[in-house]
Design a protein around this ligand. Structure first.
Ligand code: HEC
Length: 245
């Protein structure tokens, strides 16, 4: 039987406390970073389901080119020219159609205002029009793979030590094991849900749930461990083990 946190020699209490407090700050910073990077994805502050959808799935209602041709640029060209441009955008702006079909339309209807010297984007250049024709598909597979493996490896270490320390706490039994398992389960759920959300925006809530789940479980483990190391035993024993001191 291992030592309980309460009985640990001072040097280990200091070591574990330093670790847990650092991790606690890390979790807060991670929360702040999520608010800043994902929280503004829908243009409004605060993390919402839309932010998660925009971050992973993207805003696929169409491209800027299409939106402008249906909106402010509608009077600039006759319908058949506009439809041709929209169709080209929807087909993924194939380069082979640029010279024969698209460039002539641009020269004729758009270049007066969208040229190299105008304040507007220069659509006489293929790359610029292609950019305006792109649909926002959210996170790339590349960036998802990168953040997935960093997350899984990095955070697993954090939960490993956090769980190890918490395993020495006095805690009602089935619950202690369950709490130790919880962050790992939610971490995997969270990462899987990014991939699901990239393809199906309906899974955005699962990403939210995963993040909330492992934050809550870590908070309980962290505070319990700190309390049992530093507070007098009679303060926490009845609370956590339902035994009288
Ligand atoms: C009479 C001038 C004029 C013509 C002709 C014109 N545009 Fe524009 N365009 C503008 C102005 C001004 C803006 C910026 C104002 C705005 O965003 O509403 C703009 C903005 C745009 C944007 C958004 C650019 C961005 O990144 O913000 C797109 C896309 C666009 N135009 C496409 C076209 C296309 C395609 C044509 C040809 C069918 C065209 N425009 C013809 C004046 C013009």
């Amino acid at each position: 039987m291992m030592n309980t946190l309460f009985q640990l020699p001072m040097k280990y209490k200091v070591l574990f406390t330093g670790y847990l407090i650092t991790i606690g700050f890390g979790l807060l910073m991670a929360g702040a970073q999520i608010m800043l990077t994902h929280g503004m994805a829908d243009g409004k502050p605060g993390l919402s389901i839309e932010d998660i959808v925009y971050s992973y799935y993207g805003n696929r209602s169409g491209s800027k080119l299409e939106a402008m041709l249906e909106g402010a640029m509608k009077p600039m060209a006759p319908d058949d020219a506009r439809f041709e441009l929209i169709q080209w955008a929807r087909d993924g702006s194939p380069a082979e159609l640029w010279k024969p079909k698209i460039e002539p339309l641009i020269q004729r209807y758009c270049a007066a205002c969208h040229n190299a010297t105008s304040a507007q984007p220069d659509f006489t250049r293929f790359e610029n029009l292609k950019k305006a024709a792109e649909v926002d598909r959210g996170a790339s597979y590349n960036s998802l793979t990168r953040s997935s493996h960093i997350h899984l490896f990095g955070i697993a270490f954090i939960f490993m030590f956090m769980g190890w320390i918490f395993a020495m706490a006095e805690f009602p039994h089935p619950w202690q094991s369950l709490l130790i398992a919880t962050p790992f389960v939610f971490l995997v759920v969270d990462v899987i849900s990014w991939w699901l959300t990239k393809s199906f925006y309906q899974f955005a809530w699962l990403t939210m749930l995963g993040g909330i789940g492992y934050s809550l479980a870590s908070t309980v483990m962290l505070l319990t461990s700190l309390a049992q190391m530093w507070l007098p035993k009679e303060r926490w024993l009845a609370f956590w083990t339902r035994e009288s001191p």
